[in-house]
Design a binder for this molecule. Structure first.
Ligand code: UD1
Length: 426
């Protein structure tokens, strides 16, 4: 196990280049299952989750290579296996996204029920209801979700109670090979959904409405493998944008689509930063202490829950007070307790948190149990007085390609070091 040691006080300046989005690449890898042959994914992030998904696809009978290089080749057999075991699903909840494509391709799928994780309980009811509406039977047998559609899936209309990203993707990937027309109403609109729709369309699927809340899918008999470039990671791009604002820096983020994080960049402007679009990305310049900004997390195009920890970190050193409202994942406020260890002034009440900016955070050991909270703590460490150690770096590695290396290139003092052996038996 490693941890990061961050010595605060450095101004970040320079350029970073972002790779493809984790939350897209994992689903694009699952979508590859829909077509026999070799699908190639460009700009896949070199992260642990992509390695886990590669291993899952191998166990399903695929040959996968390149997952540590950024260009992943997935060779899908004529008849993939259709069982995803608990050991992999437990280590990466996104494994659940093989449910839809395997059901469509094989007529049967067994996926271990993932359970909750560090950011809260995460239901699967909408995934299941959607697949049932498409004609599947779904049961939970000894912790394994077993979905069957031996006679194939039939197009239908599915209304989602909430625009769930994962449910939209699973239903979409099942519907592309269903017989007839499927409508997904109240569908998620995230850029990663648009990306998977683009790849599926290149594969031969017929989809209308990508990026809107109504997806219309006309089922086709078969799909072909393709070569596809993953959409840039807007959450990673936002991490560097907030890092620039907090350290009174000047950072240009390349291979980024600023329109995918418009609200977040707008918030940074409200906080006092100068944000400009540049070729292939955007630039954030800050020359004053940030002003506190309110944040309310919502499905896209609302403010992304994954960016919330970065703004909690920024508000903790901002001028004034701000309210953060977390509407998606109830446990995402647990990380605020770690910010308190750094001297932040935060009061939570249910899914609201009031953050009163302090002049200076003070470095301390902190611990993360999830990717984005971990990045938020690193951001806080960048401006804290003295050393902050962030334990649980393997969580951060699940979503960032060498976060410390990219931050070092901008002038940050951040190093990876082995976690010391605990001397306590408690
Ligand atoms: C994805 C992202 C995650 C991001 C989230 C919201 C991946 C791998 N992860 O997660 O980083 O924070 O979108 O933008 O892409 N829900 C139900 N029942 C369901 C499905 C969801 O109650 O059947 C609830 C969840 O518990 C949660 C909310 O809906 O409270 C949003 O979940 P969802 O949009 O599905 O997020 P994920 O796809 O899991």
């Amino acid at each position: 196990m490693d941890r990061f040691r961050v010595t605060g006080g450095q101004r970040l300046a320079g350029e970073v280049r972002i790779t493809g989005a984790k939350n897209s690449a994992l689903k694009l890898m699952a979508a590859a299952l829909l077509a026999e042959g070799t699908t190639v994914l460009e700009e896949a992030p070199r992260i642990l989750d992509v390695e886990i998904m590669s291993e899952l696809l191998r166990r399903l009978g695929c040959e996968v290579e390149g997952e540590t290089t950024g260009t992943v080749r997935i060779d899908v057999p004529a008849a993939p296996r259709f069982e995803a075991d608990y050991d992999l699903v437990r280590s990466m909840r996104a494994s659940i996204c093989v449910l839809g494509p395997l059901l469509a391709r094989c007529g049967e799928v067994h996926v271990a029920y993932p359970g909750g994780d560090a950011i809260g309980s995460r239901g699967l009811d909408m995934h299941i209801e959607g697949l049932v509406k498409l004609g599947a039977t779904v049961e939970n047998s000894h912790g394994v979700l077993i979905a069957k559609a031996p006679k194939g899936l039939k197009g239908t209309t599915v209304w989602l109670d909430f625009p769930s990203v994962g449910a939209t993707e699973n239903i979409l990937m099942a519907a592309v090979l269903a017989e007839g027309r499927t409508v997904i109403d109240n569908a998620a609109r995230e850029p990663e959904i648009v990306d998977i729709c683009a790849m599926l369309t290149e594969m031969g699927a017929r989809i209308e409405g990508a990026g809107s809340s109504t997806l219309e899918i006309e089922g086709v008999d078969g799909l072909k493998p393709v070569r596809h470039r993953t959409v840039p990671d807007r959450i990673v791009a936002c991490t560097f944008a907030v890092a620039a604002a907090m350290t009174l820096g000047d950072v240009t983020v390349r291979n980024a689509h600023p329109e995918h994080l418009e609200i977040a960049l707008d918030k940074l402007t409200l906080a006092g930063a100068e944000v400009s679009h540049v070729r292939d990305g955007f630039r954030v310049v800050m020359d004053r202490r940030p002003k506190a900004v309110d944040v309310v997390t919502l499905p896209y195009p609302g403010f992304a829950t994954d960016m919330q920890p970065f703004f909690a970190a920024m508000n903790s050193i901002a001028e004034g007070s701000a309210m953060i409202t977390e509407n998606l994942f109830e446990a995402r406020f647990v990380f605020l307790q770690e910010l308190l260890r750094l001297g932040a002034s935060i009061r939570t009440d249910g899914h609201h948190a009031i953050v009163r900016g302090v002049e200076q955070l003070s470095g301390a050991p902190v611990l993360t149990a999830d990717i984005r909270a971990g990045a938020g703590l690193v951001l806080a460490g960048l401006v804290a007085d003295g050393d902050t150690t962030v334990s649980g770096v393997h969580h951060i590695d699940r979503g960032y390609t060498g976060l410390e290396v990219q931050l070092q290139s901008l002038g940050a003092k951040i190093f990876r070091e082995p976690e010391p052996e605990s001397t306590s038996r408690f």
